[in-house]
Design a protein around this ligand. Structure first.
Ligand SMILES: [Zn+2]
Length: 296
């Protein structure tokens, strides 16, 4: 039973099976929550149907289970929460914090890739437009519990970013803030590829009047060419035959120095050891190449 108010989460998108990079995020958030006697939730980020693979969500959940990463409560699916996102988007609109935008991607690229606020005072209305946040109180930096003070480029912090896309899909930054706030997440532990959007999410927390969680960004597992291990880069799915070895490699990647003799142990024994020895301060700050070998 949880003995603290700590609530963490793992939030994969169902665009393919879990791979070694996603295991790092799952394990890091799991251990950080459980080591503090907290709750650990799972949310399926199925916000973008064209990028989703049928069956991937169920496969992800089965894989977490077989790796001993058991979550609390019901799994949250973003695809079932659209009315909630729309409600808060409407509230921001009533407060004058949003505006419609019909700019093309090409126009924004011409302006250097950062949206220059072209539609801010055009007072567009109607359907078929993107909806942007009027960023009047930008956030330029935040404190990461592993990495310390993080600053982002000023233009990025000040951009009127998209809350709802012109194709009607809700934007990641809006959904993730509402979901984490509604689930009572007290600390967000995730991969370092999501460092920059954090300032946008903090700005939304403040606008919506939600208490801001803590932030902890884990190093990324990189391929030998330096790119992030990801579904887009065809990272191999997690092995179902070598669960113990794979967990051991993930613990080693997270700087936990598991003893060599642990490598052959079951998932439960590995995780019990990991909880007893969990040291957040030992997690490396830099992303690095993984020595994880696929056993597929
Ligand atoms: Zn525009």
């Amino acid at each position: 039973m949880p003995i603290s108010s700590y609530t963490g989460r793992f939030a994969p998108s169902p665009s393919g099976p879990l791979h070694f990079g996603s295991l790092i995020a799952a394990m890091g958030s799991y251990l950080q929550a459980r080591a503090q006697g907290g709750r650990w939730l799972v949310r399926i980020e199925d916000l973008d149907p064209p990028r989703e693979v049928p069956g991937a969500a169920d496969l992800i959940l089965r894989t977490l289970d077989s790796y001993g990463l058991h979550w609390d409560g019901e799994v949250v699916y973003q695809s079932r929460r659209h009315p909630r996102y729309q409600q808060l988007l409407d509230e921001l609109g009533i407060r004058g914090m949003t505006y419609h935008c019909d700019c093309s991607r090409a126009r924004i690229q011409e302006a250097g890739g950062i949206y220059p606020g072209h539609c801010r005072s055009r007072d567009l209305s109607g359907a078929g437009h993107a909806i942007r946040l009027r960023m009047d109180q930008p956030v330029y930096e935040f404190d990461d519990r592993l990495l310390g003070r993080i600053s982002v480029p000023i233009a990025l912090a000040e951009e009127d970013f998209i809350l709802k896309r012109r194709d009607g899909l809700f934007a990641y930054n809006l959904a993730v803030v509402i979901d984490d706030a509604d689930s009572g997440i007290t600390e967000v532990v995730r991969g370092a590829d999501l460092i920059e959007p954090t300032v946008r999410q903090i700005a939304l927390y403040r606008l919506l009047g939600y208490p801001e969680p803590g932030w902890l960004h884990l190093p990324l597992a990189l391929q030998s060419d330096g790119r992030k291990l990801s579904k887009q880069n065809h990272a191999p799915p997690l092995s179902q035959q070598h669960i113990g070895q794979t967990l051991w490699q993930a613990l080693a990647f997270l700087g936990q120095c598991p003893p060599a003799e642990l490598a052959g142990a079951s998932a439960d024994i590995q995780l019990t050891w990991a909880l007893q020895h969990w040291s957040m301060r030992s997690i490396p700050h830099r992303s690095s190449e993984t020595t994880h070998a696929s056993h597929s």
